[in-house]
Design a protein around this ligand. Structure first.
Ligand code: B12
Ligand code: SF4
Length: 505
């Protein structure tokens, strides 16, 4: 569907770790999302590094098994090893726990000099982000990705019980300087990307510094004709700072991801996500963010102790009413190292015997939780539900549409050729989508729903209707989630923040 592009996003650790390798070494980055691993070829390397997150547990271990016979040293790092190093003992030569800005180059230098190396590296101090060298985007096979990813800050000031960010990266946000980041964005742009995800845990963890950076970023975007669309993760208190929202929009952040988690206040309080209940509450905060001009994508969780069997209907109604098209619902997961993991362990409720639910829920059986979650995902990504809530949210906010039109007028106007190319691109994407739907036998069910939403609902909005190329892009985004909901695809990401929905074409 995306031509030869096969993955939404560059895995941030790859260019970041390449940037840390001392001068004089040859580096190659291999990403299974876009290419097959040639195991024979790997024999020529002195060091083979592997990264992955908890969801890649099985694959990481399969790969380590295959890599055992390699002549090079096999090392593992990344989010999963960092919270469960013991489960990788004996599977590789070296493990890296947590950040590796100091330990990774130190290890490479030691190995190159024939000095002794350790079996487990754990950095003594947290990384000073203002000293981190730029990510090596010159090594990324950019033609295979939709989106680049770079990092501005690490750490988050909040205390959500299930979150391992604060156990691995801490609660005091540590930031790169604006100059560092602009340099990295230059690299991303040179590599040919038009969209970049700032993969911060919380981009606004330090609002004062975020604003300083945004002012520099706006200058850079203006001077360079807005070369990059940006996307990031923020906590919901973004809604309480209009200046911050305006700066983000002016810097071309048109879509954000936020952890809403639950409409149920008791569940939010239980999990210490009190920033979502504070002040005027979730509904008003989400509305303010939308009214300011952002497309909201959001994460939700089911399975809290305060969740009973009603939670699935409650989540559905809330997501529909708030018009959050890209709503990712997960089952509560006790990640090792988190307070949630420790609490459930102390209560004797950790149990890894179920494929999807790693604990004993309080008010449901594990089967009820898993099947309730599955049914909720199916319901949310039924095409009429998806487009119903999307258009509901879009229609409900005059302010969103006005702001988007105003922003579109500020940003560089496309040339006539670009506008034509966009239209043609829209038709080409539509043709690919039709082929893909037909290949999966979903043309009638899904394709017709797209057509009905476009002709029946969208075009009725007259001058405010979402333009055809953007609508096709939304159909492609829907198709991506539709497959996740049906578990036809095993990997997913947040879909690309497109130009949607600029009322002014
Ligand atoms: C971007 C991102 C994504 C993208 C991934 C895109 C991609 N292609 O990789 C998307 C949006 C798709 C995504 C999805 C998910 N994600 Co995610 N994601 C992130 C995020 C925000 C940033 C990752 C990143 O690029 N970091 C920047 C790099 C530089 O940092 P790093 O990877 O930690 O690398 C450093 C060290 O770890 C170390 N290191 C890393 N690897 C290696 C390897 C070697 C050899 C060495 C020496 C060192 C080393 O060195 C680096 C520099 O210090 C993190 C949060 C975070 N702050 O890391 C969550 C995070 C990785 N995601 C997480 C989760 C749970 C998920 C989902 C399962 C969510 C869900 N419930 O569905 C899905 C799974 C998707 C799937 N099926 O694959 C968890 C992982 C928990 C864990 N401990 O494993 C994290 C930590 C967030 C969280 N706490 O919830 N995610
Ligand atoms: S706001 Fe997000 S990053 Fe911060 S502690 Fe909560 S879940 Fe973790």
């Amino acid at each position: 569907m995306h031509g030869d592009k096969r993955c939404w996003m560059v895995t941030g650790a790859l260019p970041a770790l390449a940037g840390l390798v001392p001068q004089g070494h040859h580096i190659e980055l291999i990403d299974e999302n876009i290419e097959e691993i040639d195991f024979d070829d790997l024999r020529r390397f002195d060091i083979i590094g592997l990264t992955g997150m908890i969801i890649q547990d099985k694959r990481m271990k399969e790969l380590l098994h295959k890599l055992k016979s390699m002549p090079g040293v096999v090392v593992v790092g990344g989010p999963y090893v960092s919270v469960q190093p013991e489960s990788f003992a004996g599977l590789c030569d070296v493990r890296f726990v947590g950040e590796a800005e100091e330990t990774w180059p130190a290890f490479i230098n030691a190995l190159a000099e024939g000095a002794p190396t350790l079996e487990l590296y754990r950095q003594k101090d947290r990384t000073d982000m203002s000293t981190v060298p730029p990510a090596r985007y010159d090594l990324i096979k950019s033609q295979h990705y939709m989106m680049a990813s770079i990092q501005f800050s690490r750490g988050c000031p909040f205390r959500c019980e299930f979150c391992d960010i604060i156990t691995v990266f801490g609660r005091r946000p540590r930031l790169k300087t604006s100059e560092q980041l602009i340099r990295e964005l230059e690299g991303v742009r040179r590599a040919g990307f038009r969209v970049c995800f700032l993969v911060d845990d919380n981009f606004i963890g330090n609002k004062v510094e975020a604003k300083k950076f945004l002012r520099k970023l706006i200058e850079w975007q203006q001077q360079n004709d807005y070369p990059l669309q940006l996307f990031t993760e923020v906590s919901i208190n973004l809604a309480d700072d209009q200046e911050l929202m305006d700066l983000m929009l002016e810097a071309n952040f048109l879509q954000i991801f936020t952890g809403v988690e639950s409409p149920r206040a008791a569940s939010l309080n239980e999990t210490l996500k009190t920033q979502n209940t504070r002040g005027d509450g979730l509904v008003d905060k989400l509305r303010r963010i939308r009214d300011s001009g952002f497309v909201i994508t959001a994460g939700f969780i089911v399975g809290f102790d305060n969740d009973d069997a009603q939670i699935f209907d409650e989540q559905y109604a809330f997501i529909q009413e708030m018009g959050i098209a890209q709503a990712i619902v997960g089952i509560l997961t006790p990640i090792p190292s988190t307070p949630l993991y420790d609490r459930l362990k102390a209560e004797g409720r950790l149990d890894f015997g179920h494929p999807e639910v790693a604990f004993l829920p309080k008010q449901m059986s594990r089967e009820e939780l898993a099947s309730g979650h599955e049914a909720l995902m199916l319901r949310l990504f039924e095409p009429n539900a998806f487009f119903g809530r999307l258009l509901h949210g879009y229609k409900a906010s005059d302010s969103f549409r006005k702001r988007r039109a105003a922003l579109a007028a500020t940003f560089r106007r496309p040339t006539l050729t670009e506008a034509m190319a966009r239209r043609v691109g829209g038709w080409m994407m539509a043709a690919k989508l039709v082929r893909e739907l037909a290949r999966h036998g979903r043309l009638r069910e899904v394709g017709l729903a797209y057509l009905r939403s476009y002709v029946g609902d969208n075009l009725r909005l007259g001058g405010d209707a979402i333009p055809f190329p953007s609508f096709v892009q939304l159909c492609a985004i829907h198709w991506h989630y539709y497959n996740i909901a049906r578990q036809e695809r095993k990997t997913f990401g947040i879909a690309q923040p497109g130009e949607f929905p600029l009322a002014a074409e």
